[in-house]
Design a protein around this ligand. Structure first.
Ligand code: ADP
Ligand code: MG
Length: 574
């Protein structure tokens, strides 16, 4: 083909690809515009995960009737004029390409009324072309509706995921902006149901409660900003609260959410020796520095930044977080669990009080929360087991054992689940999960949602010993299974895992690998009602003693009930 200049339409469709990757990118850009417009109240509505319909409504400054067409032209922005302005950008947008890009690949209706204008304007575009313009009544502010995303780019549309996945991405952006702008009220509805709402009362802790729930929201520690230098604020988890991956570390630079490996590492570094290995903190950290010290124009999506002095920012974040932890949480409870747990409730109470004495600066409420996270004798979440002697089995369900500290009743299924779970995740980390190839590959028919979920997480599944591949739209071909479930019907295992993934999109359900591992192990574990030989029980107890968290099953339920010597004596009135 001879070389030729692309039509404006084709060029803008290609350019749109950089800005609009999926429905959540539309939400992100529109919400940024609302924030830049000085809105106090931002409402986002979606249908079908945003694939069909997205509307962002704000009470910001609006667009003057004379400028509305301009707003949809490429490289049109009210936020900068010269290259020099780039050096001190204080708005989220500045590239003047979001509205154009969105309009190029969807049907957009923008209704806006600038403050001071008597009536609003409606502009409608399809695939970037204006198809309607008229006066329209509305309160000051702007509402942008985006329908049929990628209706004219089938190749892109094919790459969109299930409604649920797209909703999850949208939730991610909304919660990030709610954290970055606690004074603004954000409301998100999916298919007419409110999915998230921030209070808009300028308190970040209240936003965190809305995002992560009351328990975490109340437990996180407020970062003590340094007296001088780079301003670092936010909230971080106490060492007793941690997660299996770094996905709960959220960073903002000058009100912009950023993905920055080094700054994430700075936060992790601050917890050095305070967390068990393989565990990560939860943190929301805001860095503020003069705009001229950050280059925000690195990527069209604007989620990466370059610092003039990256080392200084790293040190500032690391120091502020570390300082907060040392100051507020002097006892690393989880990192160094006592070798023997106090046997009686009284001793337990005493330990709590001693701890309270160590932290006189904590309020009663904070202490209560920290106390709640202290292991309790009957449901100790951590701590190695002492060596146990197996006595027998009760009700073909529980193992009776004796140790230096009294009597133990162990749930054979829950305990086995715990053992398999830790083993499987450890094997995965070393990339040596045992996988068993089926004699003949077996096709498994699934619901479309389930099939697409499994496809989405193919990599994780492979790392856990599955070998499956799509075989038509709703069928998966199973070639191999994790060895521990090799005896079980592949259809059952896959259905289990898919159902778990489906249920597990709440932010606190654990990582995908944990969710999958948990359900594989649940299937593989010895059942209640199964007779166990003495040697089998001994083997199980030995393995349980090796576990990092032997006292709870991976779902968090206790694996055992412990009756201490003191308790027994008390019960018998000795
Ligand atoms: P940018 O945000 O980079 O300037 P956009 O394409 O996102 O580029 O928006 C173009 C212009 O349209 C903005 O500079 C702003 O003047 C105007 N605009 C867009 N959305 C809104 C809104 N919600 N309220 C007021 N003005 C808006
Ligand atoms: Mg913008």
């Amino acid at each position: 083909m001879p070389i030729r200049v692309l039509s404006e339409q084709v060029a803008s469709q290609i350019a749109a690809g950089e800005v609009v990757e999926r429905p959540s990118s539309v939400v992100k850009e529109l919400v940024e515009n609302s924030i830049d417009a000085g809105a106090r109240d931002v409402r986002v509505e979606t249908r079908a995960g945003g694939k069909q319909f997205i509307r962002v409504t704000d009470d910001g400054c609006g667009v003057p009737a004379t400028e509305i067409e301009l707003a949809f032209q490429r490289h049109s922005t009210s936020k900068l004029m010269t290259v020099d302005d780039l050096a001190h950008i204080t708005t989220l947008g500045f590239r003047g390409e979001a509205l154009t890009s969105i309009a190029a690949v969807s049907r957009v209706t923008c209704v806006t009324r600038a403050a001071g204008e008597p009536v609003g304007t409606l502009l409608r575009l399809e695939g970037g072309r204006v198809v309607a313009r008229q006066e329209s009544g509305r309160p000051p502010g702007t509402a942008v509706t985006v329908e049929d995303l990628f209706f004219n780019v089938p190749a892109r549309r094919k790459f969109l995921r299930t409604d649920r996945t797209e909703r999850r991405h949208i939730d991610g952006w909304l919660t990030r902006y709610a954290m970055a702008y606690p004074a603004l009220r954000f409301t998100l509805t999916h298919d007419d149901r409110v999915a998230f709402q921030s209070p808009g009362n300028a308190r970040l802790r209240d936003v965190l409660i809305a995002v992560y729930g009351l328990e975490i929201g109340a437990a996180v520690l407020e970062v003590q900003p340094p007296a001088t230098g780079i301003q670092t604020t936010g909230f971080v988890s106490p060492p007793s609260l941690h997660r299996a991956n770094r996905g709960y570390i959220t960073l903002f630079v000058n009100g912009r959410w950023v993905q920055d490996v080094r700054l994430t590492y700075a936060v992790i570094q601050a917890y050095h020796t305070l967390l068990p290995t393989g565990r990560y903190p939860l943190a929301v950290v805001m860095v503020r520095l003069p705009p001229e010290d950050v280059d925000v124009n690195v990527h069209p999506a604007k989620t990466e930044v370059r610092f003039r002095d990256g080392d200084a920012v790293f040190r500032a974040v690391q120091k502020a977080v570390r300082h907060t932890l040392i100051e507020r949480s002097p006892v690393p409870i989880v990192a160094r669990p006592p070798t023997s747990w106090p046997a009686s409730t009284d001793q337990w109470q005493e330990r709590r009080e001693r701890l309270a004495g160590l932290r006189p600066h904590l309020t009663g409420e904070q202490l209560r929360l920290e106390g709640a996270q202290l292991p309790h004798p009957l449901e100790t979440p951590a701590g190695k087991l002492p060596p146990l002697r197996v006595i027998g089995q009760v009700g073909v369900t529980y193992i009776v054992a004796e140790g230096p500290e009294g009597l133990y009743l162990i749930d054979q299924h829950a305990a086995h689940e715990r053992i398999l779970f830790e083993r499987l995740l450890a094997q995965r980390q070393r990339a040596e999960v045992a996988s068993q190839t089926l004699l003949e590959p077996q096709p498994v028919e699934l619901a479309p949602e389930a099939a697409s979920l499994l496809q989405e997480h193919l990599e994780t599944l492979t790392s856990l010993g599955f070998q499956i591949e799509p075989f038509g739209r709703t069928t998966m071909l199973v070639r191999a299974l994790p060895a521990i479930v090799a005896e079980i019907d592949p259809a059952q295992v896959l259905a289990d895992v898919a159902a778990a993934l489906e249920a597990g999109d709440a932010p606190l359900a654990g990582t995908v690998e944990e969710i999958v591992a948990l359900h594989v192990c649940k299937r593989a574990a010895i059942k209640a009602g199964q007779v166990m030989a003495q040697t089998e029980m001994e083997e199980l107890i030995r393995s349980l003693e090796q576990c990092a968290s032997p006292r709870t099953c991976p779902h968090g339920r206790p694996t055992m009930i412990h009756l201490s010597v003191e308790q027994l004596a008390r019960e018998f009135g000795r």
